[in-house]
Design a protein around this ligand. Structure first.
Ligand code: SAM
Ligand code: SF4
Length: 336
């Protein structure tokens, strides 16, 4: 493949990580992510699998080395394995270093082996609770046993599983050690995510759900010896090792600014909008240039112009007990 000049933004950050939402649909309705009655986009608005391939391939030519597929629920998109298999060629060429996905796990029992065969080696599975009734309540439509079967299937297929749990006050505070033990027993790393002020707050005020990871970390430290790890991913995650178990625990605090200076990522929605920053409204439409011409040069110009607009950082702020810098998109729109 013809490699191009790498993507560098105005703050000298190299863009090497692309997260792609392949659908806005989902088989769950997690309360912090979606409304119960969601209206989804008409099919024609979505990028086709061929268009997703063209776009991702253009990014890979321009230096993207890590591709994370997300949604909505990526594994409910029809024929999504065709897309995963198409991306294998970039792994084979060495241009792409990692192809991965974030999933709710509901379809993993079906697809784990196909994903492994396409070159996926790690998956992030979102799981906030190990209690059947609480799981049904938080996901509204999900069933825990199906997800647990999916996780087992993924491990059997050879995929390394990391669990992502949203930290929710009065919901999974009491499961901190249960979740941690459960993951340790299965050799899975665990990352906690601070709940973000995404979407319309409406009658669910996310400040009520907000459990700070500072507090969560302090509680972990009551039982374990925590060693900070230097490793950074260019994203909002920080890691510690629990000396007693050797397990890695991550903390994703998107509301702090401390990671923006090393931000290496951009996000593509399922309709081809490129968000240069999760916390800003500015985006670039890549679907128009994609559909306007079969010539990838037009697309590449649009991508470069977008990266030239990547802002320095975001403005989320929970201080003074109101949510400032809030953006009105739902996570299922930009992909988590
Ligand atoms: N459906 C897949 C899943 O659940 O893993 C992928 C998409 S989902 C939007 C990606 C991640 O975003 C999940 O881990 C989910 O828990 C997280 N998420 C959704 N809404 C959130 C919010 N308001 N604050 C923090 N994390 C959120
Ligand atoms: Fe679906 Fe994931 Fe959003 Fe839950 S967090 S509703 S599983 S997209």
């Amino acid at each position: 493949m013809d490699m191009k000049t790498p993507l560098i933004d105005p703050f000298q950050r190299a863009i090497s990580y692309l997260r792609v939402s392949v659908t806005d649909r989902c088989d769950f309705r997690c309360v912090y992510c979606m409304a119960e009655n969601m209206t989804f986009l008409p099919k024609k608005e979505l990028l086709t699998l061929e268009e997703l391939d063209r776009l991702c391939s253009a990014f890979v030519r321009m230096g993207v080395q890590k591709l994370r597929i997300t949604g909505g629920e990526p594994l409910v998109r029809r024929d999504i394995m065709t897309f995963f298999r198409a991306m294998t060629r970039h792994l084979d060429s060495g241009a792409l270093k990692e192809l991965t996905l974030t999933t709710n796990g509901s379809q993993l029992a079906r697809f784990a082996t196909d994903l492994y065969d396409a070159g996926v080696r790690r998956v992030n599975v979102s799981l906030d609770t190990l209690d059947d009734a609480k799981f049904a309540a938080i996901t509204r439509w999900g069933r825990l046993p199906q997800v647990l079967e999916g996780i087992e299937a993924a491990q059997r297929a050879g995929l390394k599983v990391k669990i992502n749990a949203v930290a929710l006050k009065n919901f999974n505070e009491d499961e901190l050690f249960t979740l941690q033990d459960w993951c340790a027993d299965r050799s899975m790393d665990l990352t906690f995510i601070e709940v973000m002020p995404m979407g319309d707050l409406g009658n669910e005020n996310r400040l009520d759900q907000y459990w700070s990871l500072k507090d969560l970390r302090a509680r972990l430290a009551e039982r374990f010896t925590l060693t900070d790890l230097a490793e950074r991913t260019g994203g909002p995650a920080r890691y510690v090792r629990l000396e007693e178990t050797g397990q890695k625990i991550g903390f994703i605090t998107p509301l702090t600014h401390n990671f923006c200076e090393s931000c290496n990522r951009v996000r593509l929605t399922c309709t081809g909008e490129l968000y240069m920053c999760l916390g800003q409204e500015d985006m670039a439409d890549l679907r128009a240039p994609l559909r306007a011409s079969a010539d990838d040069a037009v697309l590449e110009d649009a991508i470069r112009a977008a990266i030239a607009r990547k802002p320095k950082g975001h403005d989320f702020d929970y201080s003074r007990q109101n949510v400032a810098g809030q953006v009105t998109r739902h996570m299922s729109h930009t992909g988590g």
